[in-house]
Design a protein around this ligand. Sequence first.
Ligand code: 293
Ligand code: CA
Length: 160
Amino acid sequence: KGDSGLSEINLLKRQVSTLEGQLRALQSSFSKYKQVIMFPNGRIVGEKIFMTSGYEGNFDSLKQRCSQAGGQLASPRNAAENAAIQQIVVLYNKSVFLGINDIQTEGRFKYLNGENIVYSNWQTGEPNNDNGVEDCVELYSSGKWNDKSCGERRLIVCEF
Ligand code: 293
Ligand code: CA
């Protein structure tokens, strides 16, 4: 059993080296597929992916469509995520509805899971609950937010 231990080690070394090569190839292939699939309607921020299908509808319709696809309406939790959604708004020149509203309690904006928002980017003077009917949140091409009636139609952006 003298050098059979050594050849076992050498065998394992060759197997590890083979796997390293296969992993590098997989990483490079995956990287290219991500570029392709994100063009031009998707953005990646950390672990989060934002994507539009170009569909427009009211808040309930957008919420349902994102959920049906296994995601949820875009809910930016920091400036980087907000900027990624803004890029999609600029690309389409259409404002989007976020997964944020104050339907439950006027003036207390929450995510769809009921959590209070941890980040906001209101336009100066917003939210103003204009005419007392604005419980949803749209994101402008400036990246700034405005509260707006949930019955208006806006561009869909989902997060996954
Ligand atoms: C008012 C005053 C405007 C503002 C608008 C939006 C509607 O008309 O300055 O832009 O409300 O807040 O959501
Ligand atoms: Ca408003």
